[in-house]
Ligand binder design. Structure first.
Ligand code: 13P
Length: 240
């Protein structure tokens, strides 16, 4: 069963979260392997369904006078098990750089949670056939500066920037090659069998083909996860 991570981004207020939660809870079964990532104020609201809880962000700082920040310690105390880091939305809009990403990963893993590290190339890099070089560089910059005992708590999400919210999904054969490359690189360089997800315009339709990629462990979904019917169809199409 593939892992399905729903990144709800900054889309639902309280009323909308109530409707969403009521619907998905009727549908999701424990064996579905779903991780819901609501925005911070609604984390505790989601903490008792047949799914795991993920956060969309965390502070790079541990604790103290950081007004407005949310620590990994805070998240862990709300039964959060996963936290996104290095998402393009944050790299692009909030200048989340490698140093910040590394601090966040350390805080997440030190608090017994798992980091979901997003990596991906731009459209230009793709057209110059630089995808694998870019992904390798992004991985090295993080993993070379993290202690090896933390590697197993880092999930890699391959999210090509050009595919996020664009309706353009990565071509199946290309994705197979990329997932195999990432997995092999992680074993060769860091001696870890990493979990690798794909994100970027996943829908209830293209997931049927994506499911054929055997070594792909799951999906990071936003647009199609926000729509209740589409999200239920994705989950249903991932059931074997
Ligand atoms: P879409 O599913 O909307 O392409 O977004 C992907 C994403 O950013 C998930 O984190």
């Amino acid at each position: 069963m593939k892992i399905i991570v729903a990144n709800l981004k900054m889309n639902f207020n309280l009323e909308e979260n109530i409707i969403y939660k009521n619907n998905i809870e009727k549908f999701i079964k424990e064996k579905d392997n779903v991780i819901i990532c609501p925005s911070f104020p609604f984390l505790s609201f989601y903490n008792n369904g047949n799914y795991s809880l993920g956060a969309q962000n965390v502070s790079e700082y541990e604790k103290g006078s950081f007004t407005g920040e949310v620590s990994a310690r805070d998240l862990a105390s709300l039964d959060v098990e996963y936290c996104l880091v290095g998402h393009y939305d944050r790299r692009n809009n909030f200048e989340e750089n490698d140093k910040i990403i590394i601090s966040k990963i350390n805080n997440i893993v030190d608090n017994n949670m798992n980091a979901i590290l997003c990596i991906g190339e731009t459209k230009e890099e793709k057209s110059c056939k630089k995808t694998l070089t870019i992904l390798q560089k992004q991985i090295i910059e993080i993993f070379n500066r993290i202690s090896p005992e933390k590697y197993k708590n880092i999930i890699i999400a391959y999210e090509p920037i050009w595919a996020i919210g664009s309706g353009e999904v990565c071509e199946i054969n290309k994705l197979k090659e990329i997932i195999t490359f990432i997995k092999n690189f992680m074993v060769k360089s860091y001696k870890v069998n990493s979990i690798v997800l794909y994100g970027g315009s996943v829908t209830e339709f293209n997931v049927l083909d994506l499911n054929d990629i055997n070594n792909l462990d799951g999906y990071l979904v936003s647009t199609s996860a926000i729509n209740i019917k589409n999200f239920e169809a994705i989950i249903s199409n991932c059931r074997s």
